[in-house]
Design a protein around this ligand. Sequence first.
Ligand SMILES: Cc1cc2nc3c(=O)[nH]c(=O)nc-3n(C[C@H](O)[C@H](O)[C@H](O)COP(=O)(O)O)c2cc1C
Length: 909
Amino acid sequence: MTNSAALVDLPSRYEVAGLLWFYLYHTLDWVFHQVGRIVSLTQRNVYPALGLFAGITFLSATVLGRSGAEDASLNSPFHTYYSQEQLDKQDHKKMSAEATTAAAAAAAAAAKVEWGDMVIISGVVVGAATFLFRKYLFGAKKATELTIAQKAALAQQAKNQSAATVTEYSPERDFVLKMRKAGKNVVIFYGSQTGTAEDFATRLAKDIQSPSVRPLVLDPEAYDWQCLASLGDDELAIFVLATAGEGEPTDNMEAWFNALVSDRESPDDSDLPEFRQPDNKPEFDEDSPLQGVSYAVFGLGNNTYEQFNHHSRLVDRRLLALGANRVGERGEGDDDADIEEDFARWKEATLPLIRQFLGSATPLESADESSAPEPTWVVNELEAKVVWAKGEFYEEPVSAFDSRHPFAAPVTTAIELTPSADRHLLHVEVDLAGSGMRYESGDHIGVYPTNADEEVDLLLSVLGLLDKADKPISVSATDPFAAQQSLFPVETTTYRAAFRHYMDITTPIPRAQIKSLMLPYARSEAARSFLRQLADDKDAHAATVSAGCLSLARLIGAVREAECLAIASSSAASDGGAEVPFTLPVEVAFELCPRLQARLYSISSSGRVNPERPSITSVVLQYDAKTEDSAKAKLGARRCGVATNYLLGVMRYLRGDRAMPLSSEESETNSTLRPGCLLTDSTELPGAADASSVQPTQDSKAHMLQSFTLQPLSGTIAAGKRGLTMPVFIRKSLFRLPSDHSTPIIMIGPGTGLAPMRGFIQERAHIAREHPDQPMGTTLLFFGARTEEHDYMYREELEALFGDIQQVAPESQIITAFSRDQPQKIYVQNRLVQHAELVYKTLLCGQERLGGAPRAHIYVCGDAKNMARDVTKALVTLIAEREGVSEEAVSKWVSEMRRLSRYQEDVWS
Ligand SMILES: Cc1cc2nc3c(=O)[nH]c(=O)nc-3n(C[C@H](O)[C@H](O)[C@H](O)COP(=O)(O)O)c2cc1C
């Protein structure tokens, strides 16, 4: 072999630099991430600094290397001679090591720097660094990389920061600018978690609209609170605010609330928010920054919560304290009573004042019942041949899933826990793998349900849309300035998909809506008088629509029945308008139905044990609509809760059952009547038989099974290979186990209130198994149900888990209350009293007396109205007796426990 030398083009310096940079980036990425995790620093501070450091280092090395290289010419470290032997051996490792050493040598050789190169290289480096670190500089990290708690903490921190400081002005977030550009003088902000307040705000806008009152409905999350001070004295802000959590603001009002009420303990001591100084108010008073700003407020809440309407009350209090002027009284709606009536009363009292404030000369127009209001939506039928939109939630790929971008989670398990003829108790598990979503024990899972096919078809039928149910449509706002330009989260859908996936088509229609949106379309006198009565007579509405749970389709059916009756009676022979059965334009139906909201369930598994498989434990809601022997409509059929029956449909689908029709009564039509007459649940004309005769028998109740079209949603699913999926997202909760496992816990979770407790128990049992040497606090579960035989869900599992826990915490136990297993009803609160000594001892945590100190953690989950209150009462009484103090003193202690998150409730009404 000749020992000839060959010039080998080793990797150029740029390639070497690129390689170095590649490794450097990945190493730094990993190191930075770990550092970020450990010290919980925000990415915005750490990563750019380290990125800059790396960039400067790299820049210096490259420039120096280049300069050295030029001097070295062919002896450049990047062009090295190698023997053929070496080449034959392909000793690349050695070669590249030599090249690297040579590069380092050249870098070390200081030489003259060419500034042109310097600029080019700097540009490349800065561009590359910006590109490589873009997710740290501009975007969120992958959801998988942070726990939910860390994400929430960061989000909260960010929100508080943004609330506390005046952010950079952005015209897009300036709602006053937006109002003025759109020619509006009223802005309606809604704080809404599950859609009710949003719906109220939209309806309010419609109700107050007139030439002199021009409202704009906005989501506060998208706008700056700092602009509030800029509202002129001829403008008005209306706040429609629901209370969430335990007296908390809704997520979309969080930033505004944090700015206004920075001190939640004593709101009046909150810092003065730094509003943006308005140009139009030269005499801006910094101590009273909202002087000259006017507002009105309606709060939504539920009286069964301790902090009733807390959010709206606090916002109102702070706005007044900051110098704003309230128009009218603060309104308060109670979801536990009749929130629609509360809203109607507030509007009746406040709208004239608003009109007066805005200088409207005319009194509140008495709505002309024959003139239809301007439509909010316009429906465009598309000529597309392919129906590709079957209910997507969004069209663009997303990097993180949330309530607006649910993840199509494959359903891995759906079973009936305690099979029984008249009641379905379900356990459903989904797979979060690949979503980046994680949950912790105590969190909630949101599920977007699908309306039952029968309900969808019924509505399509009464609207005359059955023939074109699958026609592609797009629905857009008629007002070009409306905040929401498209009714659905996707641009194109079909009538069927819209009613199946996006609209809440089963909720009863409120009085005000009947008046403003249905009455104008009544052509016959019979329809007019029927609807007028429902709109004007609160009791008639309550008895027929609310008690009968009349959905829009059934209400239209009831109007048609009234028309049928009128035709049948001779006196109505001249009622020409009744020739065409009552119906509505589809745009109006879209306006009458609120958006179908996700339903939240307490996750019934442990995030630590099953991080990718959250489970839902739910009882299927089927109930009898109250029978009203009304002359207009005979009700009395079963009604089905949308989401829980959807879960039942999922379970039956996976089990391979054929979907069954709703019931023979509901699907039958009476051939003696014209089509469309019979859409309420009666098979006979009202008045022809006693109302009770249409009550379903026990047998027919067992057959109340709806059918669901459960095809995958194309916008939320990858490649369709994952079987049946459900659109879900995780919502963080404050319902948390103590971080110190030696703290005792007392859990009270009757019925499906057991759900989060099951997660806690799984977690404690897991820890007991993994760390048998570590101390664990006594773990008590009070579980209640109707009967031990039929309703004791997860019995074997719970007993086994408690077996594990007892190994380390021997006094841990399950205490059950089966209300129907003995002549007198026994509930969990009775068991608390019966086991008072154990409860008290567990609370004491080994101390002599409770005193003021917080001890064990108490968790209550289930019905807010009765159970949660009775449980608090029982606890207060038993503690007061043992401590020898007044119940008032113990109530204060309980309040303190709540404040410290040691007495936690996850309740619903
Ligand atoms: C999880 C949860 C927590 C709630 N917490 C409170 C509360 O602390 N105080 C209250 O008055 N109402 C509370 N409510 C009742 C809501 O404010 C009420 O149902 C309202 O109509 C919901 O409006 P939204 O659908 O716009 O969110 C709570 C409701 C839910 C679902």
